[in-house]
Write a protein that binds this ligand. Structure first.
Ligand SMILES: Cc1c2[nH]c(c1CCC(=O)O)Cc1[nH]c(c(CCC(=O)O)c1C)Cc1[nH]c(c(CCC(=O)O)c1C)Cc1[nH]c(c(C)c1CCC(=O)O)C2
Length: 365
């Protein structure tokens, strides 16, 4: 059974995602619970990153930090977790190396390996193995007391496959390119398996209390337009086509869905033709041009300032805000204000506050 929660006091982001006219644009930023916040380091203490994800108490505390700091300015929370919990649920070991990022000690080698067969044959139970995520979502909803909606998320199949074969971040993507170009059939079978797990995982996040979901395809920009159509888009589509049906089976209402395919500027048209309600943009897009494409198809956009602008001081921040507000039609329909990617370490929390305040100022009626 879905748990009971206090009614929402601020549903701005949900209305905007559904394409409704709104009083002002909703605002949040990717990676808003993170290393730029001193309170994040304090609460995290000596805990390992994945230990924080696995503790509903710590994960909910971290999720709420930006909501409390930017109260009145921020319109959504995103659950503190990571896209790499799916590879973990698939039986792969992932560790977070301080100041370096995620590391797989034993990445997938080739589809001829025994390890590939094991991963393909394994019955993965995301209900049981990711139970801690659902518990964190439910606890966070309780602690939010209806202040803002809670976003659930997962990694896109292409991005997760990249991590599973590269073993971590990459510059050249040699391993995953070898996989998709040399072994397309086996790669697609694994991409499909990951996509099916994503659907179930997201549905269970909604059951636990997530009110909106986002799929992060952080490495989409490593693919050419035609490779994106072969190795990413069909699996992104599988998720947005199958999730509403799965929610219905579970007796749950459809929630707004966002796709963020970083670097895939060439696929804006195709992404606007999918069943996602919101298309996330990185900063390679000109707001006005993207807005024209999206509004013609009734989609809401999310984004898209270069996170690096937050290092540039007030004048730079005001400049990018003006460009976005003008480009995204004034901010009263079809735009969720965000950055074009996650907020980066060493940004001063007050500079993010100024970013939010400027968006507020330029869109106040
Ligand atoms: C690619 C990716 C990952 N994780 C994620 C993505 C997709 C988004 C993107 O492209 O940035 C998604 C993610 N990771 C995290 C969240 C939490 C919610 C939020 O506040 O947005 C979300 C939505 C926490 C995190 N995930 C990570 C941290 C930092 C951990 C720490 O050092 O304390 C946080 C707060 C670690 C992480 N996790 C990952 C990387 C590459 C890294 C290291 C780089 C970095 O630190 O930014 C994998």
């Amino acid at each position: 059974m879905a748990p009971d929660f206090e009614p929402l006091k601020n549903d701005l982001i949900l209305r905007t995602a559904r394409g409704e006219k709104v009083e002002r644009p909703p605002m949040w930023v990717m990676r808003q619970a993170g290393r730029y916040l001193p309170e994040y380091h304090e609460a995290k203490g000596k805990h390992d990153f994945f230990e924080c994800c696995r503790s509903p108490e710590i994960a909910s505390t971290l999720t709420l930090q930006p909501i409390e700091r930017y109260e009145g300015l921020i319109d959504a929370a995103i659950i503190f977790s990571d896209i790499l919990v799916i590879p973990q649920a698939m039986g792969m070991e992932v560790i977070m190396v301080d100041k370096k990022g995620p590391h797989f000690p034993d990445p997938l080698q080739t589809p001829e390996d025994q390890q590939y067969k094991e991963v393909m044959d394994r019955q993965v139970d995301v209900k049981e193995s990711l139970d801690y995520v659902y518990k964190a979502i439910t606890l966070t909803r309780q602690k939010l007391k209806g202040r803002v909606p809670l976003i659930g998320f997962c990694g896109a199949p292409w991005t997760l496959l990249s991590y599973m074969v590269e073993g971590g971040g990459s510059k050249l993507f040699i391993q995953v390119k070898t996989w998709v170009f040399k072994y397309p059939v086996e790669s697609k079978a694994l991409l499909q398996k990951i996509a099916e797990l994503c659907v179930e995982y997201l549905a269970l996040q909604v059951q636990a209390g997530a009110q909106m979901i986002q799929v992060f395809d952080s490495w989409a920009g490593e693919l050419s337009p035609s490779s994106f159509k072969s190795f990413s888009l069909p699996y992104l589509q599988h998720i947005c086509d199958k999730l509403p049906r799965r929610l219905q089976e579970l007796g749950l209402e459809r929630v707004p869905m966002t796709v963020f395919a970083k670097g895939a500027w060439y696929a804006l048209d195709e992404l606007c033709d999918t069943n996602y309600d919101v298309v996330g943009l990185d900063w390679l897009h000109d707001p006005a041009e993207a807005y024209k494409v999206a509004r013609a198809k009734g989609k809401t956009l999310q984004g898209n300032a270069d996170p690096g602008v937050l290092y540039g001081g007030k004048e730079a921040i005001t400049g990018v805000v003006k460009e976005m507000v003008e480009g995204f039609g004034g901010g009263k329909q079809g735009w969720i204000a965000n950055l074009g990617h996650g907020i980066t370490p060493f940004v001063k929390p007050d500079d993010l506050k100024f970013y939010f305040e400027e968006i507020h100022r330029y869109t106040a009626s």
